[in-house]
Design a protein around this ligand. Structure first.
Ligand SMILES: *Cc1c(COP(=O)(O)O)cnc(C)c1O
Length: 478
């Protein structure tokens, strides 16, 4: 590759876009500048490679390809077949799965595909049997009514939201909460850890059709072998949503009992979080569920996104390289260094530390809500998100927590020394911020007071810290 290939590619692309709608070209350039300047600690975000990004901008986007490889409802899909088969092949090799379905447009879509595949496989329902693929159009109103009633009676046991579970694991704002009768397992109030005996007890009482493991804000490993035993003991299908930590599985940081793929009946993931690929989703499973999973489109998905499947093939090829395992290990080393740096400065961490890519701060020790902390950090050039902590007294909107993660900064090249410096910056902001008051003098959960000089000084230090680790160093937009 010529030394300037990536700069040339992006510069030329922007020139072409600018000729049509310059404001879009400007916004794209501004987004890169913003990402370069901010200390990104959002646990679910990352920076995809130039090759992955470039793969998404082409004529694959124009193609309809409903169906599966070699069996399409549209003509002329031979090239889509090539990239979809490649992405699936890379996914199977990388994760040691027997089947990979790479069409889901997002993590939510991957979960919907998994839910429907499990239901279609498990529920002895004439209405559901009829609902499969080509007969969907034949369903009468009465069939649909029967279907909805039967689905509404199915049970799902997943991790509670405030313990770090995800909305798609049976919670009301998501369709899963309407499809399923949900119950959740939390964490031990004393340790913040999953109590497997309690999960087993809940499973025995509730008898779920699906036991879900996986999280967005739990800073520890999950023992998937034990979870599978619990599922088996009540005849449940065991599903793992590894959206957040797929990169740690791919990079062989999570092995044995902590690798979900050999233990789960079905595994879903996003491809854009720690896995560092394009924005999208994926389902892995054994041969038993493969046929049902492959019916994801048109059951719950629209036509696949061939340009994104192509980018998944590129990103998964990157994740199969030996240096990805090194990257995955550095993500965890960095998260642990960040956790230690914060603990040393007196910050309270949920579970007292981390063994994955994320750290959950309980900022009530600083006298702040999550919302106040999030905004004060943002004013200081540090991008995080507020998040509930277990048994959160401030609810899901204000919260008492801040979730931070290291996949993005690790991609940039920051190491454990920079994590200690980052912990210092976070602690400085939080310890200098005080809660504000409402107009009537009552304490506010949103307003806060932070000396702008402190915010500016921290933002300057954050920029200095990042200067040694340029983002997309091979891309110069001129
Ligand atoms: C992020 C996430 C999702 C949803 O992914 P989207 O691509 O945003 O739809 C699903 N499950 C878990 C556990 C997640 O963390």
């Amino acid at each position: 590759m010529s030394p300037n290939a990536e700069s040339t590619a992006f510069r030329s692309a922007l020139e072409v876009i600018r000729a049509v709608e310059p404001r879009v070209a400007d916004a794209i350039g501004a987004e890169l500048a913003d990402q370069r300047e901010s200390l990104k600690l959002i646990a679910s975000e990352n920076y995809a490679s130039p090759a992955t990004l470039l793969t998404m901008g082409n004529w694959f986007s124009d193609k309809y390809a409903e169906g599966t490889v070699g069996r399409r409802f549209y003509a002329g899909c031979q090239n889509v077949d090539t990239v979809e088969a490649l992405a699936a092949e890379h996914a199977k090799e990388l994760f040691g799965a027997s089947h990979a379905y790479v069409q889901p447009h997002s993590g939510i879509d991957a979960n919907l595909v998994a839910f429907w595949a499990i239901l279609a496989d498990r529920v002895e329902s004439p209405a559901l049997k009829k609902a499969q693929v080509r007969q969907v159009n034949d369903l009468t109103e009465a069939d649909w009514f029967a279907l909805r009633r039967e689905l509404g009676n199915q049970r799902m046991l997943g991790m509670s939201l405030d313990a770090g579970g995800h909305l798609t694991h049976g919670f009301r704002p998501n369709i899963s909460g309407k499809m399923f009768d949900q119950r959740s397992y939390g964490t031990d109030p004393a340790t913040g850890l999953i109590d497997y005996d309690r999960v087993a007890e809940a499973a025995r009482e509730f008898k779920p059709l699906i036991l879900v493991a996986g999280y967005s804000a739990y800073p520890r490993k999950v023992n998937f072998r034990i979870m599978r035993e619990i599922a088996d003991s009540v005849g449940a299908t065991f599903m793992v949503d590894m959206a957040h930590f797929a990169g740690l599985v791919a990079g062989k940081v999570f092995t044995g009992d902590f690798d979900p793929v050999p233990h789960a009946h079905i595994v879903t993931t996003t491809t854009h979080k720690s896995l560092r690929g394009p924005r999208g989703g994926m389902v892995l499973c054994g041969p038993e569920l493969a046929d049902q999973v492959d019916r994801g489109c048109p059951m719950v998905l629209g036509g696949p996104l061939p340009h994104v499947m192509a980018a998944k093939a590129v990103a998964l090829a990157e994740a199969r390289r030996p240096d990805f395992a090194d990257y995955a290990q550095r993500i965890v080393d960095n998260a642990q260094a960040l956790a230690e740096g914060l603990l040393r400065r007196g910050t309270t961490l949920v579970t007292g530390g981390t063994d994955n890519h994320l750290v959950l701060l309980d900022v009530s020790g600083y006298g702040l809500t999550g919302r106040q902390a999030e905004q004060a950090l943002l004013d200081s050039g540090i991008v995080t998100n507020r998040n509930a902590v277990p048994q959160d007294r401030n609810g899901a909107w204000y919260t008492s927590g801040i979730r931070i993660g290291t996949p993005a900064l690790t991609t940039r090249g920051l190491g454990t020394a920079e994590m200690d410096a980052t912990a210092e910056l976070i602690h400085t902001v939080l310890s200098q911020t005080t809660p504000g008051a409402n107009a009537d003098g009552t304490p506010s959960k949103a307003k806060y007071v932070l000396d702008p000089a402190v915010a500016d000084s921290v933002a300057k230090q954050a920029t200095d810290l990042l200067a040694g680790f340029p983002l997309y160093p091979t891309v110069d937009l001129g």
